[in-house]
Design a protein around this ligand. Structure first.
Ligand code: NAD
Length: 369
């Protein structure tokens, strides 16, 4: 095991300075054994301000400049999704450990190329699935692991917004830049958290429908905070997926940026087991309530779990740094989990396009041909 220390800090860079990049910056800044030696982002004023705030010696506009001009041990990638694969592969090939924002990539082929780069360079490749480290999701996972639900046979995960398209005209709404809409943006978090809670069951088949009803009419936008590229609305604004998991388990996933509905932002995960159920629901980012439902039909043995601290990006960064500090883990943290999520979402988009269920084994065979 190698360790970094305040005397020989790990030299880290952050590429992309929007909300996500700033979570990475703040998380690294909290670590005495890390020095953020460089940042990259296209916004001049923001770059200058963040470099001053976090005392970063190198601040450049383009990611290529950071990778070629600054000596780095590790880098966080928090840019539009179409850039994740090229930046990650360039960094890994230069021997730099990579922490990529979600979704890992637009397609399974891109994600596989990132995993291949991590393996050939023997460097860490991790994906920021920060929702896993929410207090409520951790509490639910503990219930599953403790066997409180018996055998879980159905899972339901949903994330609905009333007017939450991340800036109309931004890269998020551009198919080639984002790879998709709310399914790949919000759905990937729900997919990851649910499969993580269920102990990584295999997904056998996927059936999906996507809709684009509000976005193309200029409705459902949420301000102008994201990098604007003047794009038309080219992706879905609602995606609905039914997944068949191994062991006969069913899983429904719904993700929407914009729909006519009551709350601004409504996120929920429910697990149904043979001995109990558990649900978390959070409206407009209020602390989530996690309720465990027992066998008594009158609800007398239901329990509301105590609130638990959410660690989010801090936990993502801490885990990444633990992996980086231990060469024996480098070939384990190769991005495979992120690539699996990307492949499932790709199958969902394909299913929506075909109007038919897509079996994962048949999809793999199609790709191999
Ligand atoms: N984990 C989460 O909860 C979470 C939340 C929001 C966004 N994200 C992810 O983070 C990524 C960025 O999202 P965002 O909301 O911060 O986007 P954003 O539009 O706010 O910011 C994008 C940043 O990328 C920079 N960028 C673009 N092209 C660049 C280039 N060639 N070189 C250097 N920098 C470049 C922009 O200048 C900008 O600073 C996306 O992959 C998104 O899915 C994750």
């Amino acid at each position: 095991m190698t360790t970094n220390s305040p005397d020989t800090p790990l030299r880290v860079g952050v590429i992309g300075l929007g909300w996500a990049g700033q979570q990475h910056l703040a998380s690294y800044a909290a670590r005495p054994d890390v020095q953020v030696v460089g940042i990259a982002g296209l916004e001049d004023q923001l770059r200058t301000d963040l470099a001053a705030k976090y005392e970063v010696p190198n601040a450049v506009p383009r990611w290529e400049d950071l990778l070629t001009q600054v000596e780095l041990d590790a880098v966080s990638i928090a840019v539009p999704t179409f850039l994740h694969a090229p930046i990650a592969i360039a960094a890994l090939d230069a021997g730099i450990h990579v922490l990529s924002e979600k979704p890992m990539a637009r397609t399974a082929a891109e994600a596989d190329a990132m995993v291949a780069a991590a393996r050939r360079s023997n460097r860490v490749l991790e994906v920021a699935f920060n929702h896993r480290y929410r207090g409520d999701i951790s509490s639910m996972r503990d219930q599953v692991e403790a066997g409180a639900l018996g055998r879980v046979y159905h899972a339901k995960a949903e994330w609905w917004r009333r007017a939450g398209i991340p800036s109309l005209g931004s890269w998020f709404t551009n198919k080639a830049m984002g790879g998709g809409g709310p399914l790949i943006d919000l759905g990937v978090h729900m997919l990851d958290a649910t499969l993580h809670m269920l102990g990584e069951p295999r997904v056998l088949a996927v059936s999906a429908v996507t809709h684009a009803e509000l976005g193309p009419r200029g409705l459902g936008g949420s301000g102008s905070g994201k990098q604007a590229v003047g794009s038309a609305f080219e992706v879905e604004d609602l995606g609905v997926v039914m997944l068949r998991l191994e062991g006969g388990v069913s899983f429904t996933l719904e993700a929407s940026w914009a729909t006519h509905r009551p709350s601004g932002d409504d996120m929920a995960i429910t697990l149904y087991g043979t001995d109990g159920g558990v649900e978390l629901r959070t409206i407009d980012y209020a602390p989530a309530t996690v309720t465990v439902f027992g066998a008594a039909a009158d609800g007398s043995d239901d329990v509301v779990l105590p609130e638990r601290e959410s660690l989010g990006h801090r936990a993502v960064v801490d885990r990444f740094l633990v992996a980086v500090a231990d060469p024996s883990r480098w070939n384990v943290y190769d991005g495979t989990i992120g690539a699996t999520r990307t492949r499932i979402l790709e199958a969902a988009y394909l299913s929506a396009e075909r109007g038919a269920e897509v079996r994962m084994d048949e999809l793999m065979a199609e790709v191999a041909r």
